[in-house]
Design a binder for this molecule. Structure first.
Ligand code: ADP
Ligand code: ZN
Ligand code: ZN
Length: 763
């Protein structure tokens, strides 16, 4: 892709073009042509949002180009323009095209995801404001002694004096009344006498983050940081794209490097995007960025209202915001001169979008960097194997921060073999004797503890001791999770609920028991063992409400909490000086997932969790409970030896022909009728196989169709096909041809097909 930096808006205007090509939010890669009505000619640009007729309905779309030639016999007119001052930038339209082609989604679907406000109709929020009419004249008269304030009542004079003092700063009527303690009549009379005037003015909607004035200044970098920064600044100063992998152990000062690189981009008059894996991370990150850069830092995330997103877009366009921090879609921030993109914790799975368009934020960031000549920094203590591999083949440059700042030691790690614990104790608990002991020590010393486990809910699942039946969801074939609230079982895929049965649904035995430990169950055990400890639980169940995470975060940092209990949400980026113990209640969960990435996930999760401790003056300690103490991902995580783990894991991937050595595209067929779904998947596989043969595509594998590990979801059976090759372009060629052939067969509409390029989960 090439940069589209055309600044002239003249040629974007459709003055001489009768037709606009509009991308609709549909799973199609083509556009539709519409006539531009005269009254919209002056305002419609490339990227404008419009309402158009589609059959008998209306739909929203985005104008992506203009044309003079009619493409069909009868062409309908655009009905209206929505959010008229808004437009998707030209370079983002180009990126949308790439996204649609690469990830197999509709052009309009890609654009509605890229556009900061979707295809919505939004307006500015306005507010009534008061100020003095003829302010200049009146001040002049006062100075010449020609104005006479005596004709005003004392209250009125107070109001006039207020505006004179504030240099006629506009103020909301209600605020003026409370400040000066005057009634509405006073203001009304002044308005009638044309002393005051009232206007409607755009205001910013409130956001959830406090305004911080820039206070913190750049730290003096250590030699490792300095070396990394210098390497980053070279392409930045030359306005040339390059991708760096900043591989630095937790607490090694990566964020300080980002901050100083961003300062350089700002000094060039350019802008920066900082991507973080989850919104849960942002309170602390945002604080750090705002305290360095102030209000030019904007926060973009999915929980903002459309209005708030629109305001942020406006601030970017007015150059009031030059840095955006956000999760996935912040990568599309519409900056005019993007200089730098940071992808923090680049190995995180949350960077992959789970719905259409199924893009990987890291890969889009690199693509956008290429497109805009921007520098990209991928930061991690446990880089993804993909990124690490890209440094081996010299696509990315690796920069290493091998030491913790101020030489703080890495925490010591102790493994607890839970099978031994099970064998040796009559009444085994979720928390081993050793872990309980260690927690008590920290509580006595008034230090903080993080307890980590990988699951929500009170307990994991309901097991029959007679027939080994596990209660699963009827619709999804997924183990249901017990929740104490309501004493019920819940499916975490489709949210189906049922009362916890007292007898086994299969054999009617009453010997059913809850197995495993969810956060709620651990919370109970903690309350039982450490009744005086203050425990806070951080997981999806307790933080979905807006602002609730921020409140918990405040309690934690202000020392109102002794034990922080949570899921992987707390494994990331936290920096808490008082935490001296991290306990991993169950390390193995992700190892049991049917997925080639499970070893990598286990390793990186454990390493990240361990990094949450020992960041203050006290040394850190980590206790990991596991049933598989000899698995290499757990052993290497204990030794905090990324290189050794990666060398071994890369060898495994190469032998098994998995990423990063090979590329995958997953195609899932789903339908209510199992047999039909399987048949259609098989037909598609046959088409792909014969096309691969015809086209002489060597080294290509077609795996499946096989039932997906989630064999049934929301009452639809799922069969999966994987196609594999060393190059994505070859996979695209094959898939494009197969899809064409397949659609010509017009087989059935009862089976849906969903494509995932570079899939992260094979579920
Ligand atoms: P990372 O992002 O790699 O986890 P941080 O950037 O959060 O590491 O740094 C860890 C701590 O060290 C922070 O409190 C940060 O302010 C501090 N720090 C970073 N760089 C320096 C430096 N050059 N001198 C002093 N303190 C630093
Ligand atoms: Zn379900
Ligand atoms: Zn049973």
């Amino acid at each position: 892709m090439h940069s589209a930096n055309s600044k002239s808006s003249e040629h974007l205007r459709p003055l001489e073009y009768p037709y606009a090509d509009v991308a609709l939010e549909l799973p199609i890669r083509t556009t539709y042509q519409y006539a531009i009505p005269d009254d919209l000619r002056a305002t419609i640009r490339k990227g404008s949002l419009v309402v158009i007729p589609v059959r008998s309905r209306q739909a929203a779309g985005c104008v992506v180009s203009f044309s003079t030639d009619k493409k069909a016999k009868s062409i309908k007119q655009i009905l209206a323009q929505i959010t008229p001052d808004f437009a998707v930038d030209e370079d983002l339209i180009e990126l949308g095209k790439w996204l649609a082609d690469y990830y197999y989604c509709g052009f309009g679907e890609a654009l509605s995801c890229i556009s900061f406000i979707g295809f919505h109709d939004v307006t500015e929020k306005t507010q009534r404001l008061l100020r003095m009419a003829n302010f200049a004249q009146i001040t002049k008269q006062l100075r010449n002694g020609r104005a006479d304030l005596n004709r005003f009542t004392p209250k009125q004079r107070q109001v006039v004096a207020f505006f004179l003092e504030s240099a006629n700063e506009p103020i909301a009527p209600s605020e003026l009344r409370t400040r000066l303690q005057v009634g509405p009549a006073v203001i009304r009379n002044l308005l009638n006498a044309d002393i005051l005037e009232e206007t409607l003015e755009p205001v910013d909607r409130k956001d959830d983050y406090l305004t911080l004035s820039p206070g913190s200044s750049a730290l003096t970098l250590n030699t490792w940081q300095q070396e990394a920064l210098e390497k980053i600044l070279q392409p930045l100063h030359e306005r040339r794209h390059h991708t760096f992998l900043l591989y630095g152990i937790t607490g090694s000062g990566k964020t300080e490097v980002y901050l100083q690189a961003i300062a350089e981009a700002l000094a060039q008059g350019r802008q920066a995007i900082v991507l973080v894996p989850e919104i849960a991370l942002t309170p602390q990150t945002v604080d750090r960025f705002r305290s360095r850069f102030g209000d030019i830092v904007g926060v973009y995330h999915s929980k903002l209202s459309i209005g708030q997103k629109y305001d942020l877009w406006r601030k970017i366009k007015q150059r009031r915001v030059a840095i955006i921090i956000g999760a996935r879609s912040a990568v599309f921030s519409p900056f005019a001169d993007l200089g730098l993109i940071v992808v923090d914790e680049e190995h995180e799975n949350t960077y992959k979008q789970n719905d259409t368009p199924r893009y990987h934020t890291r890969d889009v960031a690199v693509m956008r960097g290429q497109q805009r000549g921007a520098v990209v920094i991928l930061g991690s203590a446990t880089p993804s194997l993909e990124s690490y591999y890209n440094t081996l083949i010299h696509k990315y440059t690796v920069l290493t921060l091998p030491k913790r700042v101020e030489n703080l030691p890495l925490p010591s790690v102790e493994l607890i073999d839970m099978t031994k614990e099970l064998r040796e104790r009559d009444n085994p608990q979720i928390l081993s004797t050793r872990l309980v002991q260690a927690i008590q020590q920290r509580l006595d010393a008034n230090e903080q503890v993080i307890l980590f486990l990988n699951r929500r809910g009170f307990s994991n699942f309901l097991l029959c001791l007679q027939c080994n039946h596990i209660v699963k969801c009827d619709a999804c074939d997924i183990t249901m999770t017990y929740h104490r609230a309501g004493d019920q079982l819940v499916c975490h895929y489709c949210a189906r609920r049922m009362k916890k049965p007292d007898v086994c649904p299969a054999c009617h035995s009453s010997e059913v028991t809850l197995i495993g430990a969810g956060t709620q169950r651990v919370e109970n055990e903690l309350a039982h063992r450490f009744p005086q400890a203050r425990v806070v639980r951080v997981d999806l169940d307790t933080t979905t409400r807006r602002g609730s995470f921020i409140e918990k975060w405040r309690m934690i940092t202000e020392g109102e909490v002794d034990i922080i209990l949570g899921t992987q949400m707390i494994a990331k980026g936290f920096h808490l000086e008082r935490v001296t113990l991290v306990g991993v209640v169950s390390a193995d969960f992700s190892l049991y997932l049917p997925d080639f990435r499970s070893a990598e996930r286990t390793f990186s999760l454990l390493t990240q969790v361990a990094g949450r401790t020992g960041r203050g003056p006290q040394p850190g300690y980590v206790i990991i409970q596991t049933y598989v103490p000899h698995h290499y991902s757990i052993v290497k995580a204990t030794e905090q030896d990324y290189d050794a783990f990666t060398v071994k894991e890369l060898r495994v991937r190469k032998i098994l022909r998995f990423p990063p050595y090979y590329k995958l595209i997953s195609i899932v067929f789903s339908g209510v009728e199992e047999e039909l779904t399987r048949t259609v998947a098989q037909r598609f596989a046959n088409i792909a196989k014969s096309l691969a043969y015809q086209k002489g595509l060597k080294g290509l594998t077609i795996l499946g169709p096989a039932p997906s590990p989630i064999a049934k979801l929301r009452n639809r059976y799922r069969w999966r096909l994987l196609i594999r090759h060393g190059r994505t372009s070859t996979l695209h060629r094959l898939l494009d041809a197969s899809l064409t052939k397949f659609s010509q067969l017009r087989m059935t509409s009862k089976v849906a097909l969903s494509i995932d390029v570079d899939p992260l989960d094979l579920l």
